[in-house]
Design a protein around this ligand. Structure first.
Ligand code: PLP
Length: 369
């Protein structure tokens, strides 16, 4: 008994030390809460419309590419400068391979550019509401944050060009609103802004226009693409930035030596090469986006046309959170943000026709229509 009590005392003392250890962490890390990723349900029959994944499988060539990886390729480090992907992407987009920088998902590239451009004297700016990861990256980098509400009709706010930020991120199409700004408006902004402008095009696969053409005119632009949406590779983690040689060379300095594993590099090349499969997939999602937008509007939701693979649906009664919880009880998951300007809205990813039917049936039941 004596030994047991002594052991208990040691455990308690250690626990106390551990609890108090937070003083070892940087102030900015201690104060921040961190990004909350969307819920990942365990159940195989769950209908998952909460993290904007693609409901269809990746291109068949992806599986062939993965099967073809040799033991020696697994054994060795992967190409550190993503040679094959850079070549294929440069051909597709009409760029020099050196203008392309790859990452372990778009999120890693966001981290890299914030590390390149921001510090305690170099702020990060972005219009709000937008992707809720941006402020967390700023907290990690300990840089000031300049948040400016979108201008009238979701335009670029007037004060953004003179905010004093060294890095501005414009998410286009924007998450979670699904709205888009024309390349001309973004080009005008780039011309009047003296910092680095990152255009986060994670959802551009589902839009009619993109900002690639601006790269030839503005040295201060970087464009981010993700393979988690149009290319159905969220699980592989891949994204890339297209930018000027100057910005690319800064990003190359901060990247991890071998930041994208061999399987992901092979899968990304195969996915990019099959443009027919990609475009078919995107078209199917856009059709379903149109169908659920109309159906939900008929049920009383207010929805601005989306240019992404999700919609943002506004409702006064019943509360958005209640609808979210009721759907979750039916194993249907959508996203509710407990954030200013978003508490009366629900973000719903576009699923397969069968998944979307289940969602609509659930909504009819909950709304009693
Ligand atoms: C606006 C936006 N940008 C970037 C990303 C990063 O995507 P990933 O890291 O999956 O490539 C996401 C992910 O959902 C996003 O919503």
């Amino acid at each position: 008994m004596r030994h047991f009590l002594a052991a208990l005392k040691i455990i308690q003392t250690n626990k106390q030390v551990l609890n108090d250890m937070s003083f070892l962490f940087n102030d900015n890390i201690r104060k921040m809460t961190g990004y909350t990723p969307g819920f990942q349900p365990d159940s195989a029959r769950a209908i998952k419309l909460n993290t904007n994944e693609n409901p269809y499988p990746p291109a068949p060539g992806v599986f062939e590419a993965l099967k073809s990886i040799s033991a020696s390729e697994f054994r060795k480090y992967p190409p550190s400068t993503w040679k094959d992907f850079r070549r294929v992407a440069a051909d597709l987009h009409g760029l020099d391979p050196q203008q392309i920088v790859c990452g372990n998902g778009g999120d890693e590239l966001l981290t890299m550019i914030v590390r390149c451009c921001c510090d305690t004297h170099r702020p990060l700016a972005y219009p709000t509401p937008t992707y809720s990861l941006y402020p967390e990256l700023a907290h990690i980098q300990n840089c000031p944050i300049i948040e400016v509400p979108w201008g009238p009709g979701m335009s670029i706010p007037d004060s953004l060009a003179n905010s004093g930020a060294t890095l501005t991120i414009i998410c286009n199409p924007n998450a979670p609103t699904g709205t888009i700004i024309s390349p001309d408006e973004i080009g005008d902004f780039a011309a009047s802004y003296s910092g680095v402008l990152l255009i986060d095009e994670a959802y551009v696969d589902f839009a009619e226009e993109n900002c690639l053409g601006l790269l030839k005119r503005y040295e201060n632009i970087a464009i981010l693409r993700s393979f988690s949406k149009g290319y159905s590779l969220a699980g592989m983690r891949f994204g890339y930035i297209m930018t000027s040689h100057l910005i690319a060379s800064a990003l190359m300095k901060v990247k991890d030596s071998y930041n994208v594993n061999i399987a992901t590099q092979k899968a990304a090349v195969a996915a990019l090469l099959d443009q027919d499969y990609f475009l078919d997939n995107v078209a199917r999602i856009k059709n379903e986006r149109q169908r659920i937008t109309l159906a939900l509007r008929n049920l009383g939701f207010e929805i601005t046309d989306s240019h992404t693979n999700f919609i943002l649906a506004k409702i006064e009664e019943p509360e958005a959170k209640y609808i979210h919880d009721q759907l979750a009880e039916r194993d249907i998951y959508i996203r509710y943000f407990n954030l200013d300007g978003l508490r009366d809205k629900l973000r719903i990813s576009v699923g397969t026709p069968a998944e979307n039917d289940e969602l609509l049936n659930g909504m009819v039941e909950i709304l009693g229509k």
